[in-house]
Design a binder for this molecule. Structure first.
Ligand SMILES: *Cc1c(COP(=O)(O)O)cnc(C)c1O
Length: 220
């Protein structure tokens, strides 16, 4: 896969090892059959941003050993349903959402769900994520919840502006969060068009769609 080579190259340029990077394949709007092909190529981590689509793929691919990452904005009423299959939720941006995951059936039955605090790096409050200043208090809340394991922070770079500057800001938020939660050192950042910049600023979890799959089909 050409993307892997580009990731290796970006890691080398940043003086980092590609072994420290988790590649999450994002296949939104593509059929489950594409995920099956990617799994055959060795991909183990997959990202979905819409619950309905994720649920269908999880059911269709139940025979595969995949780690499901939920990466999209999450409505409260869907939180417990997503917790039924997601190993990692990247989009926790309010305490209520964390509480709902913590009280989901699967967590109550003993599962631990990994999560990221999503940070909004834009000026638009409708984009997902907490304001940078609110990341640390939310992280502290999650640290107090049994059944949730805080991995770190997540963000999408703003459409306008320099992705490197945005990821640098995310790295500073990550350092603040680590004052409270020292083990939460992961950074979920970097998409098809900006993963090199994200790697340069310490990203550990790359969420890559079109660079792997080609252009997305129109929304079903
Ligand atoms: C779609 C999506 C991605 C992948 O985007 P590409 O530009 O196709 O790599 C990553 N993160 C989130 C939250 C997404 O919704």
């Amino acid at each position: 896969m050409a993307v892997r080579e580009r990731i290796d190259e970006a890691a080398r340029a940043a003086g980092r090892s590609a072994d420290d990077l988790t590649l999450i394949a994002v296949t939104k709007f593509h059929p489950a059959s594409l995920l099956r092909e990617l799994a055959a190529l060795g991909l183990t981590d997959v990202g979905e941003s819409r619950h309905q689509e994720a649920r269908e793929k999880v059911d269709e691919l139940a025979d595969l050993d995949l780690t499901w990452h939920f990466i999209g904005q999450l409505q409260s009423k869907k939180a417990r349903q997503v917790a039924a299959y997601a190993s990692v939720i990247h989009s926790i941006d309010r305490a209520q959402l964390a509480d709902l995951v913590a009280t989901s059936e699967r967590v109550q039955a003993g599962a631990v769900i990994d999560c990221f605090v999503q940070v909004n790096l834009t000026d638009d409050p409708d984009r997902g994520g907490v304001a940078p200043a609110d990341a640390e208090p939310l992280a502290a809340h999650i640290e107090g919840l049994p059944g949730l394991q805080l991995l770190g922070v997540m963000a999408v770079a703003p459409n306008d502006g320099e992705p490197r500057a945005a990821f640098e800001r995310l790295r500073r938020v990550s350092m603040e969060v680590r004052q409270t939660a020292p083990r939460a050192s992961a950074i979920s950042a970097g998409m098809s068009n900006d993963f090199a910049e994200a790697i340069a600023e310490g990203a550990t979890h790359l969420r890559i769609g079109s660079a792997i799959t080609g252009n997305r089909p129109v929304r079903r």
